[in-house]
Design a protein around this ligand. Sequence first.
Ligand SMILES: [Cu+2]
Length: 154
Amino acid sequence: MDDTPATPPTAATTRKPGAPKSRLGLWIGLGIVGVSAVVLAPLSGPNLRRTLTLFGSPPASTVTVTMSGRTISPEEIRVPRGSAVKVAVSNLDGPRDGHRFKTMGQDFNLDLATWGGQSKSEVMLTSLKPGRYAFICSVRGHASEGMVGVLIVE
Ligand SMILES: [Cu+2]
């Protein structure tokens, strides 16, 4: 591995020694505004409104998932498209057996880590696009040993 910094030098580090100090604040301010615009742009408009509405309203339904051994039950979960669904995950294994329920391709994916004996729940925002999506246990090796399933968005 090399020691090259991952981020480009900031305005502060590239400023020439003779540059007037008063401008630095202005540039930092403009930088913050620019970065916020880039980060927030994809969330603006109808998408942001939809996300806020879905998170603010009670979930359309609750899905119960159990994880034990190298299985996730049920292996097939059906959810309505474009909705908020509460997913309740229970790990039925011993205290040292962690599992991690992870969905893919949804507007707000879940990645719920549980130790054995633990239950957790969280709201997932389902995709607007109907289709078959995967869910897995993302603990290394568990998916290849059978901890996979299909999330059917209807
Ligand atoms: Cu697992």
